[in-house]
Design a protein. Structure first.
Length: 244
């Protein structure tokens, strides 16, 4: 299994903190956010390679960090962009990484500025058991709080039927997070990227898009506030298989 950490954003909303330092390397609890994420990746069985894709502005900072961290399995990829106007976006950076590294394996994709209170191993196990792409989903548990994120609605078969970014009148407290698994057994990640592009463009459901897993615990996006919910005794799992 390979992992791709998306860290090519410019985080202009956090200036001046991120004017000369990438958001993923900002300190949280005495160490860079990215190191917290790598600790969670260490818990994933079979993960043997981690790619961090960034931009030309911050590539040197990531390489310097990697050298000091001693992260031998972490590879830094520069996407060649220098500002917001030229950036490739998450899908473009992921596609570039897959092609550049010639990835042909199970693929775990995460945003570099996210923190997780729970192990990612159960999520990977879930995706592999379904043999289809999986999407991490978090239950914020509050209709007012969901206005700051995206809201996902499900039908009676737990199929995603609607997606809306920062909804004005939300009816669901489920939000999709930047955590994806693309199993090699199903098809190449690039194929699934083409299938999922419609969601980002049309905010609507495509029958070939990922399944989902709703976890308990705390999740944080480094650019927003904490998203909390009451802890349940065990993770709530909602699943579906991609269509053939």
């Amino acid at each position: 299994m390979k992992a791709v950490v998306l860290a090519a954003g410019y985080a202009t909303r956090l200036y001046p903190l991120t004017r000369d330092r990438p958001k993923a390397l900002l300190p949280v609890g005495g160490k860079p956010m990215l190191e917290h994420l790598l600790e969670r990746l260490d818990e994933v069985p079979g993960l043997d390679e981690i790619h961090v894709v960034t931009n030309s502005k911050f590539a040197a900072a990531f390489r310097e960090w990697a050298g000091g961290y001693g992260a031998g399995a972490v590879r830094i990829l520069d996407d060649g962009t220098n500002d917001e106007e030229t950036k490739l976006g998450a899908i473009g950076d992921l596609d570039l990484t897959i092609r550049s590294a010639e990835i042909d394996d199970d693929l775990l994709v995460l945003a570099g500025d996210n923190l997780f209170s729970e192990s990612l191993a159960p999520f990977v196990e879930f995706g592999r058991s379904k043999g289809a792409p999986a999407l991490g989903v978090y239950d914020v548990g509050d209709l007012e709080a969901i206005r700051r994120y995206n809201a996902i609605e499900l039908d009676e078969d737990d199929r995603v039927t609607f997606f809306e970014e920062k909804p004005e009148r939300p009816t669901s407290t489920l939000t999709g997070i930047a955590l994806y698994l693309y199993p090699r057994s199903r098809s190449s990640a690039s194929t699934w990227l083409r299938a999922t592009t419609r969601i980002s463009r049309d905010a609507w459901w495509n029958g070939s898009t990922p399944g989902r897993m709703c976890t308990h615990g705390a999740f944080r996006d480094g650019g927003t506030t904490w998203a909390r919910r009451k802890r349940s005794p065990r993770p709530t799992v909602r699943s579906r298989r991609g269509t053939d």
